[in-house]
Design a protein around this ligand. Sequence first.
Ligand code: 7TS
Length: 408
Amino acid sequence: MIDSQKIRADFPILSQTVNGKPLVYFDNAATSQKPQVVIDAEANYYKEINANIHRGVHTLSQLATDAYEASRHKIQQHINAKFSHEVLFTSGTTHGINLVANGFASFLKPGDEVMVSALEHHSNIVPWQMLCEKTGAKLVVIPMNETGELIRSEYERLVSDKTKIVTVNHISNALGTINPIKWMIEKAHEVGAAVLIDGAQATPHLKPDVQDLECDFYVFSGHKICGPTGTGILYGKEAWLNKLPPYQGGGEMIATVSFEKTTYAELPHKFEAGTPNIAGGIVLGTAIDYLNAIGFDNIAAYEHELLEYGTKRLLEIEGLKIYGPEVSGLTQKTSVISFNLDGIHPYDVGTIIDKLGIAVRTGHHCAQPIMDFFQIPGTLRASFAFYNTKEEIDALVEAVKRAQMMLS
Ligand code: 7TS
C-alpha cells in the first residue's frame, strides 16, 4: 500500500507553491521528481569519493569504480539481465537508441527493412530514418487504430524476412498505451529480426524482465525513474553487443592503441568511451533502490487507481475528449491521460492552469505522427506518479473547468 503523505515528504520540490498555488506536478512522463535520498547521494558522491573510474590505483578511484560497478550490478538484477556487461550506461534513452541504430548501419543493405511503430517518440523514429538514409533500407511503420493501439494483424502482415530490426516502445509517452511487446518480440524472432524496446515510459511503472521478454535491446532513462538527468541504460544481449561496432572512440573503450591499429575493450567498456556521468550512474542505483523499497506492485496498483479516478473525473467535463485506449477498461494503459477540450487549443488551457499551480505538458509530446493521426495540433497530457494524490486530480479538474469557462 502507498502512503502518499509519507511518500510526498521524501520529495522536497512537491511542497512548494507555484504562482501562489500549491504545486500539482502532473508532468511525470517528461521527468520525475527526485527524493531526498537521491539528492543526498549525488552530493555525497562529490563530498566523499569523487575520482575518475577504471584508471587509478589510488583509493578514491577504486571507491568510485566500485560504487559505479555496484550500481551496474544492481541495475542488472533490477532488469534481470543475464550478465552485468550487458548493461551499458548511457546519457538516456535517446543515446541508447542512437548507439544501436548507428551500429546497425554495418548490417543493413538496400532492400532490408527497419520497422517502427506509429506510437513512437521522435527519439525512436529519427535515428532509424537516419539509418535508412545511410543504408538504403526502408522504414516500415506498424499502424495504430482510433483507440491508440497498434493493429496486430497489420504487424503480422508487415513483418517478414526483409525485416532486420523492429523497434517499439513498451508504453507510449503520448497516450499511455501498453504495447503487446512480448508477442511482438516473438513474431520478430520468427523471421530472424532483432528487437529494440524503448522502455522510457515503462520503467517508471514496472520492472522489466529482459530475459523473460527475450528482447535484444531495452533502453530507458534514469531521469524518469527518480534518478539524475543525463543517465540511462542500454541493455543488449551479449551476442548482439559483441557484434555491434563501437559508437564512439576514445579513452577507456580500447584494449590497445597504436597508429597502425586499435583493438577494442571487452564489454561493457567497448561502448563507454570517455569519462562517464559517474555520480549519475551511481545515484541511478540509489533511485532504483528507493523505488524497489516502495515496490513496483504497489506503485502500479496506486497509479492505476489514480488513472481510473482521473479518467472518471475528467470525463465529467463536457466537451472533454481523452485520446488513447480508455475504452478497453484501462487495462492496456498506464497513468497518462491525454486530452483536449472541444474547440480550445491545448496550449491556451495549459497556460491558464499553470497560473493555478498545475504542471501538465501541452503540445505534440515529441510524437507528431500520433497527433497527425488524430488530426490535432496536440493534447494536454496529465501523467501521474506514485507521489500524486486524488486531491491533486480534483484540483486539475477544477482548473480545467475554469480554463474552459474563460476560453469559451
Ligand atoms: N522514448 C520515449 C517513449 C519517451 O517518452 C522519451 C521522452 C524518450 C524516448 C526520450 O528520452 P530522453 O530521456 O532520452 O529524452 N519523453 C518525454 C516526454 O514524453 N515528455 O518529455 C520527454
